[in-house]
Design a protein around this ligand. Sequence first.
Ligand code: AMP
Ligand code: GLY
Length: 422
Amino acid sequence: MNILIIGSGGREHALAWKSAQDKSVSNVFVCPGNAGTALENKVTNISLDTNDFRSIESFCIKEKIELVIIGPEQPLVMGMADFLQSKGIKTFGPSQAAAQLEGSKTYSKDFFIKYGIPTAQYASFSDYNSSKSYLEKIEYPTVVKADGLAAGKGVIICNDKEEALKALESIFKDQAFGDAGSRVVIEEFLEGEEASFIAVVSKNKIIPLATSQDHKAVGEGDVGLNTGGMGAYSPAPIVDERLHKKIITEVMMPTMEGLISEGSPYLGFLYAGLMIKDGELKVLEFNCRFGDPETQPILIRLQSSLVELCLAAINEDMDSYSISWTKKHACGVIIASEGYPESYESNKQVTLPVKSDQDMKLFHAGTKLIDDNVVTSGGRVFCATALGDDLKSAQSKAYNLVDSVTFDGAFHRRDIGFKGIK
Ligand code: AMP
Ligand code: GLY
């Protein structure tokens, strides 16, 4: 079987790496991929424009693609899954309508209220003046969010009214997020510990994946600007059995049922970003895709077939699939380029580790090949991922791997997993 993966990040390298391990898979194509996918056994990068759905369709027909997995949110929100499915190509990813759960914060917040899903109090505005007046009525800190997709940068935590006003000005007046900022959500600030709950969903059936926790802030101890994620580990002990059940019954099931009654049943990875405090939870956001970097530590633990899992969901045959995990813990540490999440330089020559074993994997993100040399091409460059008998040993192995990679301006957080170890 040939499969196609859309995307170019660490998540897509992990998806390609895992899919290529399947005996039934002959070729994995990644569009556009990165240096890591280019160097992977059975994996080939292709450079088609992912906005040009027809060229993706033609490629699928030519290469007899039997499964497409769409990694990032952008093509999902643009309707790529609807398009390919309408052409009879088996595609794992939600419809454009269902992807609105991530594509619009106003849509998702209104959806939470409609279907009784616990979330922070909020109000939504489409103009500066009314959002500004609202700042008089609320408590601080508060959270200002651009409504649309903003590559993880559209959420601004504001300690006081002045900061909130600045955030609104940057969104409405300076158009810092372009169209994504044509509406804003202003939301109650929640305290607690975050966790990522990711599942494979097919209409009203769900297979939860292993739990995980990301580290959003750029600095150790969770300080500094928010990023796409600086590292993740799995499992996340904060999600105990009781909480796991609660997430399924109070968050995932009502979401799946709600989408069915809205006429847009879900197919794909569904990711709930949760804030947990004193055993209670609230949903911060939904993502319509697998998390990055959560995918890397989760997939290194997955023992059963990813390809069969995706096909079972597409074929509405989830009951026949039995998921299995190693009991080992996994830790993935992002190696980023100096300046990230703001501006950074690219094209830095990378020195890669020589030794490797099956309990560790260096997933590439922002890398590309130039004349067989790996150079940097993004803010998040690698995710050094390792397994261990407990989180501490997974962590120490992941850091050994981190220390064996060098490029000019490389930096990472040294504390990934600290909440799971404490
Ligand atoms: P979101 O894209 O909505 O998940 O927001 C990105 C990050 O901003 C989250 O992972 C949290 O760290 C933080 N955040 C978002 N909403 C809130 C909130 N209501 N209270 C506290 N932190 C938040
Ligand atoms: N790791 C956070 C995200 O994928 O959005």
